[in-house]
Every structure is written in structure tokens, then in C-alpha cells.
Design a protein. Structure first.
Length: 298
């Protein structure tokens, strides 16, 4: 199930979500006027055209690349949509294999809740995330950084796009959360986990509680959450419309260690937009070094 909310600061909601089992997705659009909303709608529409029976990383990557192609083409054809883009985080469940393939571009996120532990599965493609990984910012500093919303990768801003894809094994009892940064910019992971623990048996109530909490913290952006649970049982033939199920016992539990994302999270202003983001990282790093040098010379 999914929920989306405009938040307290925005006039329009540029987030779009998809709950079409076995495919789930969140897209957070950006661009002038209504262009961000258009970009996220185009992305989700492309994902929704998933061929029957499509599964695995190759399938989800192909869907994301097709979404990128449509957004980029529309931005070239429509001057009002020039420079639009969107994030996307998608999960394609394969009940027979007991796995989910994820495709990810931008700073929306996928989380897994298993055994009372919340784990971020995706890697943010953002300026502050890269600075944190480089050791130039702490996690706490990143929360307040003026460029925390600047992303380094998005759909539709360039003719081609790098897509993070990876596969995770499913276990009965797992809960998966896909969300836009309107949630994670307002709530810490431990706060999300606290609500998940309180409302774990009621996904609808949990989704409402997450959006209410993000709004209570300021609601500075659109807020979208998609939740799905893994239950024990026999796989549904064809495309099921209930909660994904995995066989018990599931052979996937004895598989090799879970693959992790190997690449990196949002600037998305126009074609070639990754370079301004990388330049921004360099400028911030140089400024930090100069401040340290001046401190030593005083």
C-alpha cells in the first residue's frame, strides 16, 4: 500500500508512487512549474507497463531506462518541460525465487525491516551523501547541510542514466519501505523504526503515522511512502494482488550473501547536470580545507 502527501511547505505534489504487485515504486519529480510532476508521472507510467512475467535485475533496469528515455525525449520536445527529472526507487518481487530486484536512481530510498532492525538498502545519489562517504561531513552535519537536497543522479536529465540494481532475499515477516526524501529529511532512521515497531501489524496505520510525523517535524517537502510485507505461503500464480509470499522453507535463505549496491543520490537540473554537482562537491571540499588552514594560521 502507499500514501502521498503534499507536506506543509509545497504547493504541488511532485511525488508519484506505484503499488502494482509484484512491482512497487516511488518517484520524486523536480523541475520548473509542473515539470517535476510530469517527470514522476512519466516514470511511473513506464514502470506500470511492465511485461507480464518480467522479473529480476535486468527487467527492473530495463523499465527504469525506458522511463529515463521517455522523460528525456519529452523534455526535448516540450520547452516547458526542459530540465525536468525525477528520482525512482523500484522493487520487483519474484515470489517463485523468493527475491526482490531493486532499481534505484536519486535520493528516494528503500528500507527493509527485519527482526526489529531497519536497514537502508539503497545508496543516496546526493552531494551530501558523497561528502559523508568521503569523510568530509558527518551524518549529523549532513542533516543540516544547505545542499542536502542536491542530487547527483536523476532520470530524464541526460540521454542515458546509471541505474543501481541489486537483488535481496525475502523472508516471511520482512517489511519493505520505499519513500521519497520528504520522509527521510524530516525523520531519523531510529524514529522510522520506532513507528514501525508501534504499528508493525497495521501497514495502513504505519503509513499514516510516518506521514503525520514528517509533517509534524516541518513537512518541508512532498512525503510519499510505499509499504509491503512478505508473508509465508505458496506463491500466487501469475501477478498476485495481495501481499507477496515466499515458500516456507524458502531455498533462497541458504543462498550466497546478499549482493549490495556498488554505486552511489540529486542535482538533476538539465542534461550534463552531474558535472555541476561534482563541481559543487569540489568547491565545498576546498572551502572546508581553507577554513581549516586559516584556523591553523591564527
Amino acid at each position: 500500500m502507499g500514501r502521498t502527501d503534499t507536506g506543509r511547505r509545497r504547493v504541488h505534489n511532485e511525488d508519484v508512487f506505484l503499488c502494482d504487485p509484484p512491482l512497487y515504486a516511488v518517484a520524486d519529480g523536480m523541475g520548473g512549474a509542473q515539470a517535476g510532476e510530469l517527470a514522476s508521472q512519466l516514470a511511473v507510467a513506464a514502470l506500470a507497463e511492465r511485461p507480464h512475467g518480467a522479473a529480476g535485475e535486468d527487467a527492473v533496469e530495463a523499465l527504469v531506462r525506458e522511463a529515463n528515455r521517455r522523460i528525456f525525449r519529452r523534455s526535448l520536445e516540450d520547452p516547458a518541460a526542459a530540465g525536468m527529472g525525477t528520482t525512482v526507487t523500484a522493487a520487483l518481487v519474484d515470489e517463485d525465487a523468493g527475491t526482490a530486484a531493486l532499481g534505484h536512481v536519486g535520493d528516494s530510498r528503500a528500507y527493509r525491516i527485519r527482526g526489529g532492525v531497519l536497514e537502508q538498502l539503497t545508496t543516496d545519489h546526493s552531494v551530501v551523501a558523497e561528502l559523508v562517504r568521503a569523510g568530509r561531513l558527518t551524518e549529523e552535519e549532513a542533516l543540516e547541510h544547505p545542499y542536502r537536497s542536491a542530487i547527483t543522479r536523476a532520470l530524464g536529465t541526460e540521454e542515458d542514466v546509471d541505474v543501481d540494481t541489486f537483488t535481496v532475499p525475502l523472508q516471511p515477516g520482512d517489511t519493505y519501505l520505499l519513500c521519497s526524501d520528504g520522509l527521510t529529511s524530516m525523520m531519523r532512521d531510529e524514529e522510522i523504526l520506532g513507528l514501525a515497531s508501534a504499528y508493525g501489524d497495521d501497514p495502513d496505520a504505519l503509513a499514516d503515522a510516518l506521514i503525520d510525523a514528517a509533517n509534524a517535524a516541518g513537512g518541508e517537502d512532498n512525503i510519499t511512502v510505499v509499504l509491503f510485507e512478505i508473508v509465508a505461503g505458496e506463491p500466487v500464480s501469475g501477478d498476485g494482488r495481495g501481499a507477496p509470499v515466499v515458500p516456507v522453507p524458502a531455498p533462497v535463505h541458504a543462498a550466497a550473501p546478499e549482493p549490495r549496491p556498488t554505486s552511489v543520490r540529486r542535482w538533476g537540473a538539465a542534461a550534463g547536470s552531474r558535472w555541476p554537482a561534482l563541481l559543487l562537491i569540489a568547491v565545498v571540499a576546498i572551502a572546508a580545507a581553507l577554513l581549516i588552514l586559516l584556523g591553523f594560521t591564527r
